[in-house]
Design a protein around this ligand. Sequence first.
Ligand SMILES: [Zn+2]
Length: 122
Amino acid sequence: MSTTPRCAARVSTPGTRVSSHQCTRKAVEGDYCKIHHPDQVKTRYEASRARFMDDVKKSPLGQLLALQTANEETLSALRAELVSTKNTLSNTLNPPNTEWRLRGVAQGLQFAIDLLTSTDTP
Ligand SMILES: [Zn+2]
C-alpha cells in the first residue's frame, strides 16, 4: 500500500457520465493535486467564465442587447429633455395670450413623449 496520499477530488470516469472515482494524482497541496486544488479550480473557472462572457458580448445576441441598452438610455435622456422643455414652456409662456399655442406645443411634446416611451414595436 502506498504511503503517498492521493488527491481527494472525485473525477468522472472517462467515457461515462455517471461514474466517478478518486483522482489518481498525488496530493501535493493540502488534500489535493495541483489540478484539483480549490484555488486552482476557482482560477480556471473564472478564466473560463471571462472567456465565455467575452464570446457572449461578441455574439449577435450580445451586440443586440448592448444596442438595446444604449437605445433605452438615449430614449430616457430624450424623454427627460422633452419633459423639461414642456415644463419650461408651461412656466414661461404667458397663459392669457398664448394659451392655445402652449396647448398645441404641450400636446406635441406629450405626443413625442408617448411615442418615445411606447413599448409597442413598430
Ligand atoms: Zn486531483
